[in-house]
Write a protein that binds this ligand. Structure first.
Ligand SMILES: *Cc1c(COP(=O)(O)O)cnc(C)c1O
Length: 236
């Protein structure tokens, strides 16, 4: 299938999963995970209806930004962000989805203040409680959300998760747990309730289940672009 057909198919699947549970498909936006894709492929994806590109490597993203490859779409940073790279990301993307620590939150706030902007962020939750994963622990989420709401140059927009690679029952239980955390945080951060409207979860293997459990953003790479070459070890 062509890229255009894949995009169409994934959007149809999102809409079908939404309708199954009585949700309006317009509540969900596809984020194309464009890591390792070329400027040309990114432009083709946007021409075919992708409205948000998700990037997880600062260097790659910067090169695409400099080439104006994302013209016509938003960019979300979805990868592990080191504090020394914050200056390359803040103000250059609409949303940083992967903030899992107070240290990083404060670095983003500081850089945003320097630029005179407010940076939208999601808090990444380590919902599977996996040692290898970044993200804030479930029992520390509320404190981090409170900190995010205090920082003047940060706007908390919601939560993101990368659950464990799906086992026999898939990740549906984790998605359900994430939705509950999302509802709780929204209620607890009452002053910021209207800003908190993003729940980013679900990838190629499980985005329909994520939609069934309340995702508003699904991050899909392989199902759009095909299999990626094996990742080189992360250098950043
Ligand atoms: C690559 C990536 C995705 C998409 O993964 P696929 O399985 O290819 O759909 C989603 N989220 C993050 C954070 C990623 O790095």
């Amino acid at each position: 299938m062509s890229l255009e057909e894949n995009i169409q198919k994934v959007k149809e699947n999102i809409a079908a999963a939404a309708r199954e549970v009585g949700r309006d498909p317009a509540e969900i936006t596809l984020v194309a995970a464009t890591k390792v894709q070329s400027d040309e492929t990114i432009r083709a994806a946007i021409a075919a209806g992708v409205t948000i590109c998700g990037e997880n490597r600062v260097q790659e993203m910067t090169a695409h930004l400099d080439a104006d490859a994302y013209a016509g779409a938003e960019v979300h940073f979805i990868g592990h962000l080191q504090t020394n790279k914050v200056k390359n990301v803040v103000g250059r993307v609409e949303l940083i989805e992967s903030v899992g620590s107070e240290h990083l939150l404060e670095a983003i706030d500081k850089q945003a203040a320097k630029l005179g902007i407010v940076q939208d962020v999601l808090l990444e939750v380590n919902v599977g409680d996996e040692e290898s994963k970044s993200g804030v622990a479930v029992d520390e989420l509320e404190a981090l959300a409170r900190r995010a709401c205090e920082l003047p140059n940060i706007r908390l927009r919601g939560l993101m998760a990368i659950p464990p690679v799906a086992g026999e029952d898939g990740n549906r239980g984790f998605f359900r747990e994430m939705h509950q955390l999302f509802v709780d945080i929204k209620r607890k951060m009452a002053h910021n309730e209207n800003d908190i409207n993003c729940l980013s979860m679900g990838m190629s293997g499980d985005y329909m289940d994520a939609v069934r459990e309340g995702a508003t953003l699904v991050r899909v790479g392989t199902a759009l672009f095909g299999a990626r070459p094996p990742m080189r070890p992360a250098a950043e």
